[in-house]
Design a protein around this ligand. Structure first.
Ligand SMILES: Nc1ncnc2c1ncn2[C@@H]1O[C@H](COP(=O)(O)OP(=O)(O)O)[C@@H](O)[C@H]1O
Ligand SMILES: [Mg+2]
Length: 263
């Protein structure tokens, strides 16, 4: 579905992504791991059009999407989740979801020709869709709560929910588990697995929690120093000498991450 060919992203003389090549199979869940500073987030940002690459190529279903802006990728169903922006934190969870789809007639000049009924119909449909998403994620009780007041894990679910408001095909999740308690991490994992099985979403998930990666991933890719170091099952990756060395080389915290010891 996604192919990355010899991708580079340099910052000045520093090679954050340094010749990364990988494939993401359709309807798979790929876990992306690697020590801090490996270039994982930068790779996501280049694929998702947030940062232009220095060189290299990204294709989606065989089509060259290198350097396309996030808006265009969004319309192709490629989404990278972002934290709920500060300015939306005073809106309710339902309203945050209703904000997502682009091109609502309520926002366009075109609408002034067609009147208010269309806006009302669209708003009703959006609201129903938002409620369906909240229910799917088992957070329907948060519909009327301000997004700024829900827990960190519930925010992550809401971010995932935003991808369900449009027809996402592939979703990139960066550190979904950071600061999230065990129970909610389980809920997030279940939601990812269900979206994959029931709606055919493809996922690429960066996460340090190896239990979580093991639970959801079909395939694991380990990055270090800007490129792919190893890939395979989580068990294969964890047994790979190069991987162990890469984690060891960056200090104890990272080694513990590999062991899945939890913080
Ligand atoms: N905008 C930037 N300017 C300069 N260096 C950056 C920038 N973004 C990331 N880096 C550097 O690139 C390296 C990889 O970062 P990152 O992609 O965030 O790694 P990871 O997500 O694997 O921890 C790090 O050394 C980081 O300091
Ligand atoms: Mg990162």
């Amino acid at each position: 579905m996604i192919e990355v060919h010899d991708l580079h992203r340099h910052f000045g003389g520093f090679r954050a992504v340094d010749g990364a090549s990988l494939r993401v199979e359709p309807k798979s869940i790929t876990g992306l791991i690697g020590p801090n500073g490996a270039g994982k987030t930068t790779l996501f940002n280049v694929i998702a059009g947030v940062l232009p690459p220095t060189s290299g190529r990204v294709t989606m279903d065989g089509e060259d999407i290198t350097g396309l802006p996030p808006h265009d990728l969004f319309h192709k169903g490629l989404l990278r989740t972002f934290q709920i922006a500060h300015e939306f934190s005073s809106m309710t969870c339902r309203e945050n979801l209703m904000m997502v789809p682009g091109g609502q007639s309520g926002e366009s000049l075109w609408n002034t020709w067609f009147g208010r009924k269309r806006i009302a119909d669209e708003e009703r449909a959006l609201r129903a869709k938002a409620d369906e998403v909240l229910e799917f994620l088992t957070i329907e009780h948060l519909a009327e709560q301000r997004a700024g007041q829900v827990s960190g894990g519930q925010k992550k679910l809401l971010e995932l929910g935003r991808t369900m408001m449009v027809d996402a095909k592939i979703v990139f999740l960066d550190e979904v588990g950071a600061g999230v308690n065990r129970t909610l991490l389980g809920t997030i994992g279940d939601a990812i697995l269900r979206l994959n099985k029931e709606r055919g979403y493809t996922f690429v998930v960066i996460e340090h929690d190896m239990d979580f990666i093991g639970k959801i991933s079909d395939h694991v890719i380990c990055m270090a120093e800007g490129h792919v170091l190893a890939e395979g099952s989580l068990a294969e990756i964890k047994a790979d000498e190069r991987v162990i060395e890469a984690y060891l080389g960056t200090g104890l915290k990272n080694k513990d991450q590999l062991a899945g010891a939890g913080a």
